[in-house]
Design a protein around this ligand. Structure first.
Ligand code: PLP
Length: 453
C-alpha cells in the first residue's frame, strides 16, 4: 500500500461518531447500496477503503463500475490538484475550455484513431441515464420512428426514457405511469442455448403481422451488468449488427458499465469486431469517480440542431482533466489490456474452482474480462447472505440479476494480484460459512433427515 496512505491516522478526523443513524433518520427510504454496506466510509486508495473507525475493507465493487482505475489513483490525483491550484475552470457549460480540448485531443488520439473509429462526440449531462436519453432521442430524431427495441435483463438507467428500455420490474414500477415506445425482445441465450434470438427478431421484422413496430434503434449492453452479468456471444453481436444494418435500424451500444476496459478492451464491442452507430459512455470515463458522460455518434447521424439537447452540467472540467490523464496513462499502448487479460484469467479460474468445490450449490460462472458473476440458480437468496458475510470479513461485494441470484465481481482493473486472490479467498470462506448455516437450519427444521444443500 502507498506509504502516505498507510501512515495516515486511520481514524476519521471528520467525525467522532461512526454511526450511520442520521442517514436512516433523514435520508429517504430510496437509499440503496448503504443498505448492503451500512458503514461510514472515510477514505480510499486503490482497492482499499477505510471506515470512520479505521477498519480496512477490500473493494470488489468499484463503485458499480465507476472506479475501474481504483479509488484516488495517484496518476490522476496530482493533475487534478494542479488544475485546481491554478484556478482552472471547473464549471464550463459546453464552453470551449483548455481542459475539454485536451480531453478531446487525447480521446481522438488514444481511442478513436487507433481503432479506426470516426465518431463525433456529444457531451451530455453527467449521469449514464443522461447519455442514454440523448442516444434514444437522437435515434428517434434521425429515423422519425418512435419505437426502440431493448433486451430482456437490460439496464439502461432510471430516468423515464432510459427506464422504458430497462427490464427490471422493481425500477419500472417506480415510474408511476406506463412506460412506452420500447419493445423488449429476448437477449442472447434468454430462450435457451438452442434458440438463436436473432432469428426470432428477424422473423418479427419480416412479418407484417408480427405486431412489432419497426424500431428506430436497438439498445443493448454487450455484457449485461445489473441484469446478471450476461455476456452476449460475439456471433450474436455480429448477427445483430448485420440485421440492424440490413433493416436500417440504428444500433446503440450502452457501454456505461462494460466499457472503459471492463471486459478487456476499451470498448466492450471491440472483441466482437462490430461498430455500433451510437455508443454511450459514463461511469469510469472520468477515471476518478467524478460524473461525466459521453455519446459517440457516427458523423452522418449528427442531425442535432444547435442546443436542441442541452444541460447545465455537460462541462465537468475536473472530469476532463482526470479522464485525459487516464487515457494517457493506461491507453497509449496495449500493456493495460494485457494486465486485464492476466487478471481475468486468475478470476475466471478461481471462480470455476469455487463452483467446483461447492457442487451441491449448483454454481455457474459467467463473464468477460474483469466483469464476472457467480450464479446461484438453485438458491437465489444466497448471494445477498454471502455479500453480508463477506462484509463481516472485510470485503465489499454486490449482487445483481433479476432475483439477486448473481454474486457480482467488479474489481478495479488496477487491482494488485495479491488483493484479487485475497478477496477471492474471502468469498470462498463466506460461501462456506453461509452453506454451513443453511445446512444447520435445514437440519434443525427436518430432524432425522439427511440434508443435501
Ligand atoms: N447503462 C448501464 C449499462 C448501466 O449499468 C447504468 C448504471 O448502472 C446506466 C446505464 C445508468 O447510469 P446512471 O446510474 O449513471 O444513470
Amino acid at each position: 500500500m502507498n506509504k502516505e496512505f498507510a501512515s495516515m491516522s486511520k481514524k476519521s478526523t471528520a467525525t467522532n461518531d461512526a454511526s450511520i443513524a442520521i442517514f436512516e433518520r433523514l435520508e429517504s427510504e430510496v437509499r440503496g447500496y448503504i443498505r448492503s454496506f451500512p458503514i461510514l466510509f472515510d477514505r480510499g486508495l486503490g482497492t482499499t477503503l477505510i471506515d470512520a473507525d479505521g477498519r480496512e475493507y477490500l473493494d470488489f465493487f468499484a463503485g458499480a463500475g465507476a472506479l475501474n482505475y481504483g479509488h484516488n489513483n495517484p496518476a490522476f490525483k496530482q493533475p487534478l490538484l494542479d488544475y485546481i491550484e491554478r484556478y482552472g475552470i471547473v464549471h464550463g457549460l459546453d464552453l470551449a475550455t483548455c481542459a475539454k480540448k485536451a480531453f478531446i485531443e487525447a480521446f481522438e488520439r488514444y481511442i478513436l484513431k487507433s481503432r479506426g473509429l470516426t465518431y463525433k462526440l456529444q457531451f451530455t449531462g453527467p449521469t449514464g441515464a443522461n447519455a442514454v436519453e440523448a442516444a434514444l432521442k437522437l435515434a428517434r430524431l434521425m429515423t422519425g420512428r418512435s419505437n426502440i427495441v431493448s433486451f430482456t435483463n437490460s439496464f439502461h438507467g432510471v430516468s423515464v426514457g432510459s427506464l422504458a428500455a430497462t427490464g427490471n420490474k422493481k425500477y419500472r414500477t417506480a415510474a408511476g405511469f406506463p412506460l412506452a415506445h420500447v419493445t423488449s425482445l429476448p437477449y442472447d441465450g434468454y430462450l435457451g442455448p438452442s434458440l438463436d434470438t436473432i432469428d426470432y427478431f428477424e422473423k418479427l421484422l419480416n412479418d407484417p403481422s408480427s405486431g412489432l413496430d419497426k424500431p428506430a434503434a436497438v439498445i443493448l449492453e454487450a455484457v449485461q451488468g445489473e441484469g446478471g452479468i450476461n455476456p452476449a456471444s460475439f456471433q450474436w453481436l455480429q448477427r445483430l449488427r448485420d440485421l440492424t444494418a440490413r433493416h436500417g435500424i440504428l444500433m446503440i451500444l450502452d457501454d456505461i458499465q462494460a466499457g472503459i476496459g471492463r471486459t478487456g478492451k476499451f470498448f466492450s464491442f471491440e472483441a466482437a469486431e462490430i461498430v455500433p452507430d451510437i455508443v454511450t459512455l459514463s461511469k469510469s470515463l472520468s477515471a476518478i469517480g467524478t460524473p461525466m458522460s459521453l455519446v459517440l455518434l457516427k458523423p452522418e447521424l449528427d442531425v442535432w440542431s444547435p442546443s436542441a439537447h442541452s444541460g447545465t452540467f455537460r462541462g465537468n472540467n475536473l472530469a476532463f482533466v482526470t479522464a485525459r490523464a487516464a487515457l494517457e496513462t493506461y491507453w497509449a499502448d496495449s500493456k493495460f489490456e494485457d494486465e486485464i487479460a492476466r487478471k481475468s484469467a486468475i478470476l475466471a479460474e478461481e471462480l470455476k474452482s469455487i463452483a467446483k468445490d461447492f457442487p451441491s450449490l449448483g454454481l455457474t460462472v459467467r463473464g468477460r474480462g474483469l466483469m464476472y458473476g457467480l450464479v446461484f440458480q438453485k438458491h437465489h437468496s444466497l448471494p445477498v447472505q454471502i455479500s453480508r458475510e463477506a462484509l463481516r470479513r472485510g470485503l465489499l461485494i454486490e449482487t445483481c440479476g433479476g432475483h439477486n441470484e448473481v454474486l457480482r465481481f467488479l474489481v478495479a482493473l488496477t487491482i494488485a494480484e495479491a488483493d484479487l486472490r485475497r478477496g477471492l479467498s474471502i468469498v470462498r470462506d463466506s460461501i462456506g460459512a453461509v452453506q454451513d448455516t443453511m445446512a444447520k437450519s435445514l437440519a434443525e427444521a427436518t430432524p432425522g433427515i439427511e440434508v443435501d444443500t
